[in-house]
Design a protein around this ligand. Structure first.
Ligand SMILES: C[S@@+](CC[C@H](N)C(=O)[O-])C[C@H]1O[C@@H](n2cnc3c(N)ncnc32)[C@H](O)[C@@H]1O
Length: 182
């Protein structure tokens, strides 16, 4: 995983109430609103309202109501995109007929990375089986509890919270990085 240098733009899809970096007491959370520019997108108006109250009002990034199927952000906007435990609780936009990964790639800068994690929901292993090379994305997978924990260690935060989560081998926890080649 790449170092996060100053003034990078991070977009998180489906944070629910909290930015993912806060949930794991990750040092990145402290940088939101300082040298990390953070934008969340969630389709649920209640989540948007709570996020605004707790984070946006304190200068910790911003949230936009929207669907991952049609992200209300411009092309080549994000250095990093994070999507944690969203596919297992997916809410569809009934009018959408396209490829979500094409839409994600649209808002990703060249050399940027999409981070997807499914830790506690139903098995989403179809996501890691897919070949993303047609979209110009290079895939790296951290599969199973031990590799997923190693991924969090690389991110630089304490892993104690990670171990508290109910993560079971049988639910096939994984992280996946998709890096845009050009
Ligand atoms: C299970 S929660 C995950 C929350 C948090 N990311 C985590 O890892 O615990 C799923 C979140 O994704 C959002 N969500 C579901 N489908 C979505 C979609 N199509 N577009 C945007 N957000 C979506 C939900 O509103 C909810 O906040």
């Amino acid at each position: 995983m790449k170092e996060i240098s100053a003034q990078q733009r991070i977009v998180e899809i489906g944070p629910e109430m909290n930015p993912i970096f806060m949930m794991f007491q990750n040092p990145l959370f402290e940088r939101i609103g300082k040298d990390v520019d953070y934008t969340a997108v969630d389709c649920d108006p209640e989540n948007v309202k709570s996020f605004k109250e707790f984070y946006e009002s304190r200068g910790r990034g911003r949230i936009i109501q929207g669907y991952v199927q049609e992200i209300p952000l411009p092309e080549e906007y994000a250095d990093q995109i994070w999507i944690m435990n969203v596919f297992g609780r997916f809410k569809s936009d009934p009018s959408y007929r396209g490829d979500i990964f094409k839409e994600l790639t649209r808002i990703l800068k060249r050399k940027g990375t999409i981070h997807i994690g499914e830790l506690y929901g139903p098995n989403q292993s179809y996501l890691i089986e897919r070949d993303y090379s047609e979209l110009g994305l290079e895939k790296r997978v951290y599969r199973g509890k031990d590799e997923a924990r190693d991924f969090w260690k690389k991110l630089g935060g304490p892993v104690s919270n990670f171990d508290l989560l109910e993560i079971g081998e049988k639910e096939h926890p994984f992280f996946m990085e998709l890096t845009r080649e050009n």
